[in-house]
Design a binder for this molecule. Structure first.
Ligand code: SF4
Length: 364
């Protein structure tokens, strides 16, 4: 096998296999990676690059787990712990709504004491107050936690949440599917089969979801390929994933502090994911984790989505990210245009948005 044979496969629309993906991942011919990623990217998205005006809200960072890569989680007595009641969540949501956001991205820790009713009431309250704002909430790990504390099945939990206003799942908690890695960085977390099962069930109930991959720590190239190889068959089956989101690990304040991810790994991960995951419409360049400059470069290596304005990111910043906490839409558009792409504001489900009123100054 050589890189020209793989490129020929991609040009002809044939699928690359795991062996090809590993070959590409280990290749130094990053220009060829960029060319191949561009072919698949254009099939799905032409020259468009998307962004969303959204607000992140974390309801609590109190968590009964203690994943080694996580700087966000705290025990309830620790000074940086926070838990917002529904009134405070409403106040924070109101802040976002008044700025014209179209999506609330809501995730949190596995709180040992919050009752199941809190999560259902939270969504119902937000949906009642903001019927037009999409609720993209809860990782598969949180959904599984809700099932445990309520004694209900995953399917019944998802049905309760959908009935209360849930619009989609954000896709976190996947980390790295390889059990060798999970045993080392998040030994108590759900197994890959459970993560897949939550998403399969969500897709069957009509929800769209995303899929993440945390890279840049102790994983090998083989384990990266193994991760994306778990996603492609499920997508063939359900067509429920909207976006694949590579998350570059941030090590500050974690028990893995000191590990460092390189720029070339960012480039390889985004490009090879785009080429291999030929059935997932979008690849995200997540600027809060990559940093703004690297995120812009990824728009030329397979990514077509720049995420959003975000407004109040906590998880990555508690791990030492130096990226801004908020990105005005005009800055996002400029970064996209400078990358030679056409910026398109979208909603959560990638429908283009035409704004009748301009965004307020802080987000414009
Ligand atoms: S990654 Fe999630 S489950 Fe793990 S410790 Fe952090 S908040 Fe808890």
């Amino acid at each position: 096998m050589n890189i020209h044979e793989i490129e020929e496969k991609v040009r002809s629309g044939a699928r690359i296999n795991e062996e090809d993906a590993l070959f590409l991942f280990e290749s130094n011919d990053v220009h060829a990676l960029g060319r191949m990623a561009e072919i698949v990217r254009r099939r799905w998205n032409g020259n468009k690059a998307y962004y969303v005006v959204n607000r992140h809200i974390n309801y609590s960072n109190v968590c009964e787990d203690h994943c080694k890569f996580c700087a966000f989680s705290q025990k309830a007595h620790e000074p940086r712990a926070f838990t917002y009641d529904i009134d405070e969540m409403l106040r924070r949501a109101e802040e976002g709504a008044s700025l014209g956001v179209v999506e609330f991205h809501i995730v949190g820790g596995l709180h040992p004491d919050l009752p199941y009713s809190y999560y259902v009431d939270l969504l119902r309250t937000l949906k009642t107050h903001f019927p037009d704002i999409h609720l993209k909430c809860f990782t598969a790990v949180e959904i599984s936690h809700f099932a445990r504390i309520s004694g209900r099945s995953i399917e019944d939990v998802l049905k309760d949440l959908i009935e209360a206003g849930l619009g989609s799942l954000p896709g976190g908690g996947a980390e790295m599917f390889a059990q060798r890695v999970r045993d080392k960085i998040c030994p108590n977390k759900m197994y890959v089969d459970e993560w897949i099962s939550v998403h399969r069930t969500a897709h069957r109930l009509g929800l769209r979801s995303n899929a993440t991959m945390l890279y840049g720590h102790i994983e090998t190239p083989e384990e990266i390929v193994d991760h994306i190889a778990h996603l492609r068959p499920l997508q063939d089956e359900t067509r429920g994933f909207l976006t694949f989101i590579p998350l570059r690990f941030q090590s500050r304040n974690t028990r893995l502090e000191g590990l460092m991810c390189t720029g070339l790994k960012d480039l390889r991960v985004h490009a090879v994911s785009r080429i291999y995951l030929d059935n997932i419409p979008h690849i995200k360049s997540y600027w809060t984790m990559l940093g703004v400059k690297t995120a812009q470069v990824m728009l030329r290596f397979g990514a077509d989505d720049f995420d959003g304005t975000v407004l109040d990111e906590k998880i990555v910043h508690m791990a030492g990210s130096t990226s801004p906490k908020l990105m005005p839409a005009s800055s996002i558009r400029r970064l996209i245009e400078e990358a030679g792409r056409e910026p398109v504001e979208r909603d959560t489900l990638f429908n283009p948005i035409e704004r009748r009123n301009p965004l307020p100054a802080s987000l414009a």
